[in-house]
Design a protein around this ligand. Structure first.
Ligand SMILES: NC(=O)c1ccc[n+]([C@@H]2O[C@H](COP(=O)([O-])OP(=O)(O)OC[C@H]3O[C@@H](n4cnc5c(N)ncnc54)[C@H](OP(=O)(O)O)[C@@H]3O)[C@@H](O)[C@H]2O)c1
Length: 299
């Protein structure tokens, strides 16, 4: 027999969890960004997100075009450099250096991937950390760790925004993150443990070093899948009624394979959709980082 307190702790699984789409979150972040950009333009400052594309990959060119359209809609300048596929590493660094020293440029994005002979991570290290709109430069990871202002890693910041937008309480609750990768799990853990109303959580990070990780995920109020292993999170890993954020994905060709098995929606109280969850918030954060960089550069 189930006692009252057990029922409260383990409510009957709902047959359909509330969906937590990313698109309205992105729209809200972009609306704030557009307003901040307008305030800067009133002061004679046009926020600017510079892009660098290496080679002629159609998909990469398409992603740049999307960002340029978005930049135009937000009232940003978007200077662009297109380098040939055969460019030398030093020439890529020189293109970054020109944007680093241009005071009219506030954010720099090198489109991933770059041709195989180039070292993408080495190029990122040459970006001025104050213009690092991805928020992935080691200096910005350090700023995040000690709570200094700076560009935030986009996907973790997008997840915090998604939880806040959908009014999911985070403070004081147990968040378990499956994955400690440098782009997602690790910075997200730092972000959600910060002393701030939309964070302030008890955060646990699990990974391959914790083979009994389901023991932790089953007690999570908020479970974030950040492993990049399709279907790794199954219903039996989720506490009934919990919030499940599916951030990890793997692409097979154009097919997107999420970490979160779709049957988790039968157990979770709220869950990101398989497509259109965390992704849209990540792109919005690029622009938020850029406008904040412009604000900081013109304080
Ligand atoms: N939605 C978005 O916009 C967005 C943005 C960025 C990244 N992502 C996705 O997020 C995922 C993680 O990215 P990342 O760069 O952080 O990846 P990563 O560096 O490869 O990290 C993956 C993490 O998952 C853990 N893991 C893998 N298999 C596991 C298993 N069987 N059991 C337990 N833990 C396991 C790994 O553990 P170990 O550390 O022990 O190896 C590692 O900590 C990827 O799928 C990526 O595509 C999505």
């Amino acid at each position: 027999m189930t006692t009252t307190s057990e029922s409260a702790e383990h409510p009957t699984p709902s047959s359909a969890a509330r969906l937590l789409p990313g698109a309205p979150v992105a729209e809200a972040v972009l609306a704030e960004t557009a307003a901040a950009a307008a305030r800067l333009r009133d002061r004679g400052i046009t926020p600017s997100l510079a892009t660098i594309l290496v080679g002629d990959d159609d998909a990469s060119a398409g992603y740049i075009a999307i960002k340029q359209r978005q930049a135009a809609e937000l009232g940003f300048a978007s200077p662009h450099v297109h380098l040939p596929a055969t460019v030398a590493q030093a020439d890529l660094h020189r293109a970054i250096a020109r944007f680093n020293t241009d005071p009219a440029v506030h954010g720099i994005l090198v489109q991933y991937p770059v041709p195989g002979h180039l070292d993408y991570d080495a190029a990122l290290l040459t970006i001025d950390p104050d213009k690092d709109v991805d928020g992935m430069h080691p200096l910005n990871m350090g700023r995040l760790a000690v709570g200094l202002p700076g560009p935030l890693p986009c996907t973790p910041a997008g997840i915090e925004a998604l939880l806040a937008y959908h009014q999911i309480p985070v403070a004081g609750r147990e968040v378990v993150i499956l994955g400690r990768g440098a782009t997602l799990g690790r910075p997200l853990a730092m972000l959600l443990a910060q002393k701030r109303p939309t964070a302030n959580a008890a955060v646990t990070v699990v990974h391959t070093g914790v083979p009994d990780w389901p023991r932790y995920t089953r007690r999570a109020d908020i479970l974030v899948a950040a492993a990049g292993v399709p279907g790794i999170v199954r219903p039996e890993h989720v506490k009934p009624g919990a919030v499940v954020i599916g951030a990890g994905v793997r692409y097979e060709g154009r097919r997107l394979l999420p970490d979160v098995d779709e049957a988790c929606a039968e157990v979770a109280g709220a869950i990101t959709p398989r497509v259109g969850g965390v992704g849209p918030t990540t792109v919005a954060m690029l622009f938020r980082n850029a406008v904040r960089a412009a604000e900081r550069a013109n304080q």
